[in-house]
Design a protein around this ligand. Sequence first.
Ligand SMILES: Cc1ncc(COP(=O)(O)O)c(C=O)c1O
Length: 383
Amino acid sequence: MFDKSKFIFPVKEEYIYLNNCGVSPIYSGAWRAASYFQEKRSHKGAAVFSEYGGMLTELHENIASFVDTARENISFVKNTAEGMSLLANGYPFEKGDEIISYIHEYPSNHYPWRLQENRGVKLKLLPNDYTGNESKENRPLGFSFETLKKMVTDKTRIIALSHVQFTSGFAADLSQLGNFCHENNIDLILDTAQSLGCLPIFPEKHHISAFAASGWKWLLGPLGSGILYTSENFRNKIEITMAGADIVKQGEDYLNHSWQPHADGRKFEYSTIEAANAISLNQCFLDLFNRYGSENIKNEIFRLQDIFLKNIDDDKYKHLIFDKEHRSGILSFIVKNPENIVKAALSEKLFLSGRGGYLRVAPHFYNDDYEIEKAANILNNLE
Ligand SMILES: Cc1ncc(COP(=O)(O)O)c(C=O)c1O
């Protein structure tokens, strides 16, 4: 079912690439689509848009179909941090309001909320107290739902968490979180950089108010591309903090300065976008994600992980074991010096990464069984 060929994933000629949670290789169809657009533009200038005029709408539609929502709820952004900042800066906070997040979040989902302290908002950080795993040894692991519930007050407006923690690979239980936020009238905002393209995400099913993701990890797309989802109700609450020509309905009627901002996801696409990146990301959805479907992709990734776990020497590499609802695309291993292992593996053409004191192993659907077995063998034989 999955096209795993070297032709479309040339990285396989160079490495066994298991760093899809870091910077992934771009899908070859995606860079080709971008190059084709750039070449056309070099020949035709602005006339290129007669052919590409509808490309942003097409991108919205393709992303929307992948996460089962309407295209009006999707915005194209540059990265996760831009999406989060648009939401955090535009949220109608009042002095004394509270945001709950986790102590070890990635910066893109930490600083945008931290900055709200300047508006008199309190950022409360969940401790690292997930107890379902014996082996954290002071490394980032995850949070407990019980603690989260205790931290909520009648001032809590937002819970802002990563769907998947970039260090341990701990996945939040979206049903549990979503139902809780819905019942308590709290906006659930997710950083899905480590999950979109790997785990299924259906924001409406899980009462998610908004999520932001990067295009260059599990989505196999270009650097400088990102996705923002906002539910209609939530979006209507958000004030506009970035504005430019593309935010208003009158389009190219530039000297008409009447204030008529778009109400749909275009509300956040304030000015000229990197069109080649939008075209490129769209190709990933067309050829890969919407073709294969999120459930099949997740199953393939988990199948490959299981092969790895069967072959790895678990005396040497102790991995974090999560319950089904907390499992993700990242397998994290407790080792003494992850950076040294990453370096040694790289000299054997095995590409891994280390974060938060863990060695991270992150296969994607394009990896083959034999690559996974070989990767485990390489690691087992390192001194
Ligand atoms: C959880 C998480 N969020 C966000 C990002 C990237 O954010 P941005 O797109 O703002 O660079 C990463 C990258 O490692 C990440 O792991």
